[in-house]
Ligand binder design. Sequence first.
Ligand code: C2E
Ligand code: MG
Ligand code: MG
Length: 557
Amino acid sequence: MNKERCVDVLDHFIRHEELLAVAVVDQNQSPVGILDRRKISEIFLKPFARDLLRNKRVIEIMDSNPITVDINASIDDVAQIIIDAGMQHMVNGFIIVDKGIYVGMATGHALLEEITHRRQRDLYTLAHYDHLTGLPNRLLFNDRLEQACHNALRNHTMLGLVFVDLDRFKYINDTLGHSFGDRLLIIVAERLSSCVRQSDTVARLGGDEFVIILQNIENEADAEIVLSNVIDKLRQPMPIFEREIQITASLGMAFFPQHDQAIDGLIRKADAAMYEAKERGRNTYLLYTAEMDHDKVERMSMETQLRMALDSGELSLSYQPQILLSEQRVVGVEVLLRWQHPHFGAVSPATFIPIAEETGLIIPIGEWVLKEACRQHLSWIEQGLPAFRMAVNISGVQFKQRDFCEQVKRIIDESGVDPQYLELELTESVVMTHAEFAVQALIDLRALGVKLALDDFGTGYSSLSYLRKFPLNRIKIDQSFIRHIKSTPANEAIVRAIIALGDSLGLEIIAEGVETGDELECITSHHCHEVQGYHFAKPLTPDDLSGWHRQFIQTSR
Ligand code: C2E
Ligand code: MG
Ligand code: MG
């Protein structure tokens, strides 16, 4: 304690006669003595606020080798301390510290009582709260929901039950690591709690599954405001371990008593609405409707259906030409996966690839894509087409597999494809997230003779120092920079900078998503090497591609 503060404390003590005593602690907050005004005991901080010394002066305890006990000690430890120190301490008292910090004094009885209470509280907390986020767990949620439903019936009010599921959480957890995932869940818990009133409950049921009980809702519109607020809040970037990540969530809500008077039914309905929200493209909320029950069988089996799609030939590949501008020649195709669902029709890869990644299905699917691309390559050559580079998209989940490189080697060997015609597209965020690992993995892949492209460049967090270390062949400028490039000076400046960067690193540059003549003209003027986009061709079936190629050669002559 510095001098001024000591004097201040003394001054305070002298002026306030009602203060009987003050504890003196050193700079480490450890007790060193007690100022005692009238030779009586002091009443200290709760829970040790007891007249614990009866007629004894505090100073006597301090003199007679006081015993310090940590409040976090177990009952067994305290019992042992009491026995060792002599039973008189049951009455005389102990100095209590909490992790070394002085909190007060207590008799042995008071101390044991307090520790027992704490223990019970801990046990209760352990049993009723989620240890990671501190939110109520499933058990307490069930209690609260039951209670809330009772209240709603008694007061003739309405309550909303909301299921919240984070989109692609499993993927984030698997690719960025579990401690990253844990941090993310903690932030989600805080953000959810900040969106509701004190009287509402936010609980975590497990994994990335959260629920909210909204009590005393006036009408559906009010509840919807809360939900859209939740969606907005969760969408805000989250700083985690010096990175920023953006996540979204899918929410479903059912009302009590309108949608179901039984708790089980209410839970099922909120859950069904959440599933429907996921299926409608995620990042949204839906209120329960009766139709959702009927769709349930199909909805639940989306994952199963994707599993089956691979075996039943519903998956196919389309190929989008990549043109070398200086020679007006097709030098490659990007291989893009397609799913033709028997009922839903064409399902966008933006919808099913994340599901495949979350469920791990991307591993067998990705393997199939590689094999099929190699087979197609050789089949085109057989038909007399020139050898194109086949650019295959590789998911982070595949790339992270220990034996990914061996898998690629096996596919090359078995198919007989010349590896220089196989290009693997990895997104910038995937390689940057595992930068150290990626350097070696990419070197190993290059050793097989395949080419490597960095996809969606500009949307991730490239570090220039890593970019130098990665043995890449090509950078793909993301289509968001190409869009309206002529009328968006910022985009044009970025594209120019990326091309200059690529040139300085000896990398080839391809612009994705070139749709218009204007965009092509602008890209060409900046000496971009290759382009790909609707302006030349949409992704095509193998047969359409042969036809398109014939025509392209004729017109470009
Ligand atoms: P990506 O790798 O960036 O692929 C480019 C996407 O842009 C494709 O969408 C393509 O059809 C689309 N595109 C091409 N030119 C244009 C254009 O001029 N304008 C517009 N608006 N779009 C254009 P698609 O086929 O829907 O694929 C979306 C994403 O799904 C791909 O983005 C890729 O990340 C992923 N994907 C597709 N196939 C596979 C695959 O076999 N494996 C993995 N892991 N991911 C895949
Ligand atoms: Mg791609
Ligand atoms: Mg891309």
